[in-house]
Design a binder for this molecule. Sequence first.
Ligand code: NAD
Length: 511
Amino acid sequence: MVTAVSSTEDIRVRAENALARCGVELAAVKGDALTARTPVTGHDLFGLRADTPAGIDRAVEAAHTAFLDWRTTPAPVRGALVKRLGELLTEHKEYVADLVTVEAGKIRSEALGEVQEMIDICDFAVGLSRQLYGRTMPSERPGHRLMETWHPLGVVGVISAFNFPVAVWAWNAAVALVCGDTVVWKPSELTPLTALACSALLDRAIAETGAPAHLNQVVLGGAEAGTQLVDSPLVPLVSATGSTRMGREVGPRVAARFGRTVLELGGNNAAVVAPSADLDLTVNAAVFAAAGTAGQRCTTLRRLIVHADVVDTVVERLAAAYRRLPVGDPFQESTLVGPLVNEAALARMRESLDRAVQEGGTVVVGGDRQLQDAAPDAAYVRPALVTMPAQSAVVREETFAPVLYVLTYRDLDEAIRLHNDVPQGLSSGIFTADQGEAERFLAADGADCGIVNVNIGTSGAEIGGAFGGEKETGGGRESGSDAWRAYMRRATNTVNYSGRVALAQGVDFSR
Ligand code: NAD
């Protein structure tokens, strides 16, 4: 049982030390426009400056000027910068992880995991810098060559959410930089310190490798700072991660100026538990997916659709696991569930639980506030397990907190129908030992998400695959596979070496 919480003063010292180690000059970033805060105690750490609208314009212009140089730097040379960034992240892993815990409240293992994800995407991007392949297609005309070339796009505006304060930037920045783009990053106003630290490490890599100085700019501020990137004609691609509400505002504004977006928005992820499932594996996987990161991942498991034959056993075993979960100070090694980001998140969780009960549900365990004496201003809560008689309105919404709704099904068609009958489409899974059922879930008429797993929970994706989701999740893809194409522009080239004019489709224009 975790009962004590680190003091705000200890956390402040830890944050200042981590920032200094990463090369951030504190005196230069302190101010009174923004507040660095920790959900571990719920207290403020210190004030920070924010960027003015004129400052954001200057940052975009500087990134654009750097782009004009960077776009003609050979891609493998661009890869050398990202390689150095990966090395610096490796050397400073524990300090960046400290800041992730300070600002986002992640437990140590998950904070280190988030930094590892940044290192992994740097590795991936370095390899990619020699593999930005275009195709050569057979031309229908004799003496002609038909091919495509991929060129850098420009400044990429990265808007990120609080819950993956640094990995999302790395997914975008590492790939964008090898693609020849430059980056202006507007981090969440809840996590400015991690952004300052990562940016300082990249600035050091830039200086050491001789890359253009203003390749990466961080602009601090709230939604209005993000809006400035959204509206800037010098930003051809806006990669925005956050709520569907945010995506609804960002998407149409960028489209109105014919810019491009990569939208990574809310999820409402489900897993189906078939009667043949290995229940030990299922319960272990479900507890991490639903309660890990205190339910604050876009891929958090929010709905478990369980076959009627095993639902009682699954609920009983989950409830036992939920009662044992150590909730508390994320800096303590024994903790598995840290705090919610703020009081508003806890209030939204409570409201959802009330609505679930009104809609016929039963809260089996959880939802009660924890550590009220040790940390009265922080939002610690026991993850909640709720059985529902049907997929009612509250179940179809994303509540960004640890609430797992359990629904019951009798045949797989019904399970898939329930699974897909929500507005979001990010991550999904099926637990089964039946290959036929697994294949059906993966098929065209199976799960409708961007990520579809078998015998794995919905959260914890690897960087090698493309990451993103369908429907109200926004449709964007980031990270691995061929997600890099969104960061480049494609030119189709036809070269005529025949010495005569030959028109496509057999058109004859000769007189
Ligand atoms: P949020 O939408 O409140 O904020 C995200 C970012 O968008 C912040 O930097 C914020 O300042 C900015 N922003 C907000 N309104 C804006 C606007 N109108 N124009 C420009 N920028 C704007 O989200 P949050 O609370 O930080 O994060 C939680 C949400 O993010 C959840 O819904 C979660 O599912 C989602 N998320 C999705 C993914 C994914 O990859 N699909 C990853 C992480 C988080």
